[in-house]
Design a protein around this ligand. Structure first.
Ligand SMILES: Cc1cc2nc3c(=O)[nH]c(=O)nc-3n(C[C@H](O)[C@H](O)[C@H](O)COP(=O)(O)O)c2cc1C
Length: 187
């Protein structure tokens, strides 16, 4: 099962259009998790205390762990998020805060080193940017989490950039990238 994590808020989202091309090319069924339709909340003192206590007991039955279980069980992961403020929307960070559960997506070995527990072998990060795209605080961060902590060995960036630069034809740039994916493959 492919898990499509949709963090695109605009109705006419270009990132979402690009992600749909990636999903079409991957083929097969996918489950969409639209982060803006979920009731995601950042951790606060109460939820963090509750979560820590449950993790210490090894009790993962609470619904607060459902997002992490869904993420850990996916075969392929596609994340769609626009480039915002050199990074991605805070809603995606809130989601990550909710899924990063020791014992579900990640664990520590006897030397205290992180070991990934996720089933996925591939993660695609899809984004579009108004100007030039710098992956450091968005794709770079997700890549690091995936490879170093979640056990997802392959991560790929799919992007269209410079879409809001005056004189550039955003539709043309986006359509060219979508056509390229459909004809030549995602990468
Ligand atoms: C809140 C916000 C922050 C943004 N920050 C950046 C930025 O730091 N750099 C950039 O190149 N574009 C930035 N943009 C432009 C978007 O990356 C660009 O329009 C993108 O294609 C939007 O994706 P969407 O059509 O999927 O919403 C920003 C747009 C918004 C709404």
């Amino acid at each position: 099962m492919t898990l499509y994590i949709n963090c695109c808020v605009r109705e006419e989202s270009r990132t979402e259009r690009l992600a749909k091309a990636v999903l079409r090319k991957l083929g097969g069924e996918f489950t969409e998790l639209n982060l803006y339709e979920e009731n995601l909340k950042p951790l606060d003192r109460d939820t963090l205390n509750k979560r820590t206590a449950l993790i210490e007991k090894g009790d993962y039955r609470d619904p607060m762990f459902d997002y992490a279980k869904q993420f850990a069980n996916a075969d392929t992961i596609v994340i769609a998020a626009p480039y915002w403020d050199l990074s991605f929307p805070a809603t995606l960070k809130t989601y990550i805060e909710n899924i990063y559960i020791t014992g579900i997506v990640s664990a520590y070995d006897e030397k205290g080193m992180p070991v990934g527990l996720c089933k996925a072998t591939e993660l695609y990060y899809v984004t579009t940017a108004g100007g030039p795209y710098d992956p450091t605080y968005s794709y770079g961060y997700i890549e690091s989490l995936a490879k170093n902590f979640f056990g997802i060995p392959e991560t790929y960036l799919v992007k269209a950039e410079m879409l809001d630069i005056e004189g550039n034809d955003a539709e043309e740039t986006l359509n060219l990238e979508i056509d390229r994916i459909m004809k030549n493959g995602i990468l």
